[in-house]
Design a protein around this ligand. Structure first.
Ligand SMILES: Nc1ncnc2c1ncn2[C@@H]1O[C@H](COP(=O)(O)OP(=O)(O)OP(=O)(O)O)[C@@H](O)[C@H]1O
Length: 540
């Protein structure tokens, strides 16, 4: 017979353990069932105690009449009311239940560790929110946080909301002073999350709120928008007026979109997206291209030359996907001529009292990724700067239905040309960024502190002079990128117009499809004639 080791015998006593668990469960459920009885018993005990106290504290000459009055009232109820005995019993038990209820006050105020955190936060703010000659400082090293902090909410031991007062002499109108306080709070409260700071300058109050992360599950899809509207991403509920139904993983839900309006009436007809490498600016341009294609023509310039737009080549509506300098110059020169041609056509139509011809009304999108790389190349080869060729589309594109979206790296932003910076009033900034970077790119302070780590596609957006909003760009990977999720790649492929030309009703599209190689550019002269780019007539 095989002997089992002692440790095995000791550890394998399931029946005993299970028996204990069963006994504990039985006791728990019995306690739950009998809980009302316990409460009534406790109430009866309290009633007896109360009666004893009353008997002891009432003068002897008043005990008899009071007793007589109570017994008389009880007798009347018994005799006069139907079911008087039952009613009296129910009232007695009810009063016993009421008296026996648990009166332990709910714990109020922060627990020990929470108190420590609030004290640490208060101490950290002292140097920023006090001055040496304040006779009664709100913030002092021997002071108490209870004077300065109001409402505070902890969740799982972490502060998620704090309302604090600050002295009137604190320079809350200075962004730098605010940023210092926000930085201290962010560091002390926890860097892993984003916080919104709401300054009430009139009443010298500051409210800090931890923001939940924006959902990252929304992939490229057909969004419910009107013509001329492009969904750049999704923001916090309540930050925008509207919601659109979206497929988020398995479920369909309403999400608050950041909608960018382009076209003749747009106040911010062109866009600039900046971010650190890998933060998702290329993905944003891909998402814009996919939304633009059903209604418009798209020209893509890929300065990084990584082929991340190759999947668009040869698709109806995609007029060019360029990554070389020569092709880019030809394409952008054509785009400048095309903008002029459209302007002339719109102008003539207006003068003649007609609507502009269809080919002029069809939106043209010029998407330029990393133009600074191509500018550098052009400079080295003493050729025209491609960014300068964006001058006409950027300045006059709005009236001509031409929209320009430029994406680049944040650290190369100083190489962007003046016209690109001046004419792009829709701005996107992606990645974990500092308050100074947000101010520089968006022209306004960010609405929340950035978490140390953010997923790709996360950032801020500002349309014209509107508010700065947090934003998550829909996942729109390069469908040829095998590292991207299969579902997201499929979603992108599903949005592409079929390459067989079923959709090619437009003459220009038909000609584009007959181009020899994918990405070959069809250029249209101001007269409206269309011919391939690379035609020496257009080259410098
Ligand atoms: N919104 C998003 N949702 C999910 N994944 C994203 C999102 N944006 C970007 N990504 C992923 O992050 C990676 C980098 O994205 P992308 O190429 O768009 O960044 P980038 O800013 O253009 O970087 P670089 O300029 O260095 O190429 C890719 O794998 C991409 O699939």
């Amino acid at each position: 017979m095989v002997r089992r080791p002692l440790s095995a015998l000791l550890s394998s006593r399931p029946s005993l353990t299970r028996g204990r668990e069963l006994a504990r469960a039985a006791v728990d459920s019995t306690t739950d069932v009998l809980h009302p009885l316990f409460v009534i018993a406790r109430g009866l005990r309290r009633q007896a105690g109360w009666a004893r106290d009353w008997w002891g504290s009432t003068p002897k000459d008043r005990r008899g009449p009071a007793l007589l009055a109570s017994v008389g009232a009880g007798f009347l109820v018994l005799v006069l009311l139907p079911y008087g005995a039952y009613l009296m019993f129910a009232a007695w038990m009810g009063s016993a239940g009421w008296m026996g209820r648990d009166r332990t006050p709910a714990p109020t105020g922060p627990s020990g560790p929470e108190n420590d955190r609030l004290t640490a936060l208060y101490e950290a703010l002292v140097p920023y929110l006090s001055v040496a000659d304040d006779p009664s400082p709100l913030y002092a090293h021997d002071g108490s946080w209870e004077n300065a902090f109001g409402d505070h909410v902890f969740e799982d031991g972490r502060l998620v909301r704090l309302h604090l007062k600050y002295p009137a002499y604190f320079t809350d109108g200075e962004p730098a002073a605010r940023a210092r306080v926000e930085h201290v709070l962010h560091a002390k409260v926890g860097r892993g999350r984003e916080y919104r700071f709401e300054w009430n300058e009139e009443e010298n109050h500051l409210t800090l709120t931890a923001l939940p992360p924006l959902p990252t599950g929304i992939a490229a899809q057909r969004f419910v928008t009107s013509p001329g509207e492009t969904v750049l991403g999704f923001t916090d509920p309540g930050s925008v007026q509207r919601t659109v139904p979206v497929q988020d993983g398995e479920e369909v839900r309403d999400a608050p979109p950041v909608v960018w309006r382009t076209g003749p009436r747009s106040t911010e007809p062109h866009l600039l997206a900046l971010g650190h490498p890998g933060t998702g600016t290329t993905t944003l341009l891909r998402s814009i291209a996919l939304q633009a294609l059903p209604e418009g023509d798209v020209v893509v310039v890929d300065g990084s030359g990584t082929g991340e737009y190759a999947f668009l080549s040869g698709r109806p509506g995609v007029m060019a996907v360029e990554s070389g300098l020569a092709g880019t110059l030809a394409t952008l020169e054509w785009a400048a001529h095309e903008t002029e041609r459209r302007l002339i056509a719109v102008n003539r139509a207006r003068q003649a009292g007609r609507t502009a011809p269809d080919d002029v009304r069809r939106p043209l999108w010029i998407l330029v990724d990393r133009p600074t790389v191509l500018s550098q190349l052009a400079h080295a080869e003493s050729r025209p700067d491609p960014q300068e060729l964006l001058d006409i589309p950027l300045r006059h594109g709005r009236a001509a239905g031409v929209t320009v979206a430029v994406a680049d790296h944040l650290d190369g932003a100083e190489a962007l040309s003046h016209v690109v910076v001046a004419q792009t009033r829709a701005r996107v900034l992606l990645g974990a960024v500092t308050a100074e970077q947000t101010q520089a790119v968006l022209g306004a302070p960010q609405c929340s502190t950035s978490a140390a780590q953010v997923p790709p596609g996360r950032g801020y957006v500002r349309l014209g002079t509107g508010p700065v909003l947090r934003m998550q760009v829909p996942a729109t990977p390069d469908p040829f990128d095998e590292d991207a999720g299969d579902a997201h790649r499929q979603a992108v492929m599903a949005l592409l117009p079929p390459a067989d030309g079923a959709h090619g009703a437009e003459p220009r599209e038909r000609e584009a499809e007959t181009a020899e190689a994918p990405g070959a550019v069809m250029v249209s002269e101001p007269s409206g004639a269309v011919r391939p780019a690379g035609d020496p007539a257009l080259e410098h």
